[in-house]
Design a protein around this ligand. Structure first.
Ligand SMILES: NC(=O)c1ccc[n+]([C@@H]2O[C@H](COP(=O)([O-])OP(=O)(O)OC[C@H]3O[C@@H](n4cnc5c(N)ncnc54)[C@H](O)[C@@H]3O)[C@@H](O)[C@H]2O)c1
Length: 381
């Protein structure tokens, strides 16, 4: 099988391509514009494979897309190309509308034209998998909310007082109504609607997945986890938006890549699958965990600081993100039951691997930050 992966030079797309080349007999065509977020170095392990090809193409360019479909004759599309950072969408929504909405529309039309011309056997098996986010659902009740749900949820917190139990608070399911909060999530919601409309109107064979926050190797350092690791190693302040009590459901990126491959090969056309890690953590808890791991693996005393100084002393609280969603949490029982997928990493095992990866790969971090982005704060209104 040959899979056209859009956005394959990004964080999740590169994990998907590494997974396919290393663990399956399939071929990949990586179609990526190479924005600031796309880095071919993330594919160094697999790019010499004769089952890998790269096309530097913008998903908004119909002529180039038609040429790629004709030339490579893919059996499936996994569509990950997007503008993906909420803070950037606050500073400049136009690029998000262009890539996430117009780009998805252009790709759908190019893929549909190609699919229409396939012989009946290949037409039957072709599929278009759209990769989306849980942020399309807006946010969920938070254990600190008053008064009704909060009291039940607070009682269910674990001994650290940080981990809300998802059997008390509601979760996002595949039928949760869309209520996006940011320009990013609104543009992703729009693209999901387009994909569903192409299925219903044209019978175009689509599947959608909505996933929670990913973390792991090759994550661009504007996102919380790599930003905190790199700032901590340099002894810079670790900014926490607001109180840091926003809850996210964290999934190790390689677990996500495995889930996506399972969906594109075994998922049922027309279905939506939510993907999550069963790891609800507050942002503050995530940052404190990273600090504790760094104290263990790379103590500040090794870099000339007094013995008793810990990385957590670098934490500072800054003004919150405008429109910041309070809690996301995924019910991933459908994909577990129907496609037998489960995450393999716990948050504890995955975050330790991630910190170690950043310690071992500081050259990659330097290379991807050579452009305009220097870990400055983005997304202030
Ligand atoms: N990161 C997460 O936690 C997360 C969670 C759920 C869903 N998602 C979704 O998964 C997908 C991938 O996310 P990511 O974190 O890997 O993003 P990313 O920003 O790391 O990578 C996006 C990739 O898309 C490419 N790209 C951007 N605009 C393009 C265009 N016009 N044409 C072609 N390529 C273009 C970039 O060069 C980059 O390689 C996105 O659709 C995102 O919405 C991300």
């Amino acid at each position: 099988m040959k899979i056209l992966v859009t956005g394959g030079a990004g964080f999740i797309g590169s994990a998907v391509i590494r997974h396919i080349i290393e663990n399956t007999p399939d071929s990949v065509v990586n179609l990526d514009k190479l924005t600031y977020a796309g880095n071919l170095e993330s594919l160094a392990e697999v790019s010499s494979s004769d089952r890998y090809a790269f096309e530097q193409v913008d998903i908004c360019n119909r002529t180039d897309l038609d040429r790629v479909f004709q030339q490579h004759q893919p059996d499936a599309v996994m569509h990950l190309a997007a503008e993906s950072h909420v803070d950037r969408s606050i500073d400049g929504p136009a690029e998000f509308i262009q890539t996430n909405i117009v780009g998805t529309y252009t790709l759908l039309e190019a893929a549909r034209a190609y699919w229409n011309e396939l012989d009946s056997e290949r037409k039957q098996t072709f599929r278009f998998h759209h990769i989306s986010t849980d942020e399309v659902y807006g946010d969920l009740p938070h254990p600190n909310d008053e008064p009704v749900i909060a009291s039940a949820a607070k009682q269910s917190m674990d001994c650290h007082g940080l981990q809300p139990r998802s059997d008390v608070l509601p979760l996002f399911t595949e039928t949760t109504a869309y209520a996006p909060s940011s320009p990013y999530s609104a543009s992703k919601a729009s693209s999901d609607h387009l994909v569903r409309a192409w299925l219903r109107t044209y019978g175009f064979p689509t599947l959608i997945t909505n996933c929670s926050n990913n973390y792991g190797p090759y994550h661009f350092p504007e996102k919380l986890i790599p930003l905190v690791i790199l700032n901590a190693l340099e002894g810079n302040p670790l900014p926490i938006y607001g109180k840091g009590d926003q809850i996210r459901d964290w999934l190790y990126v390689e677990d996500h890549a495995r889930a996506l491959y399972t969906v594109v090969t075994e998922g049922k056309i027309g279905e939506t699958y939510n993907i999550g890690g069963h790891n609800e953590k507050t942002n503050l808890e995530v940052v404190q965990t990273i600090c504790a791991i760094l104290d263990d693996l790379a103590p500040m005393s090794d870099r000339g600081h007094p013995l008793n100084i810990k990385h957590s002393s670098l934490i500072i609280h800054v003004s919150d993100r405008p429109g910041h969603d309070r809690r996301y949490a995924i019910d991933a029982s459908k994909i577990a039951k129907e496609l037998n997928w489960q995450p393999l990493e716990t948050f504890e095992s995955g975050i330790r691997k991630t910190v170690q990866w950043y310690l071992d790969n500081q050259q990659w971090c330097k290379n991807v930050q050579d452009g305009t982005y220097q870990r400055q704060r983005l997304g202030m209104v």
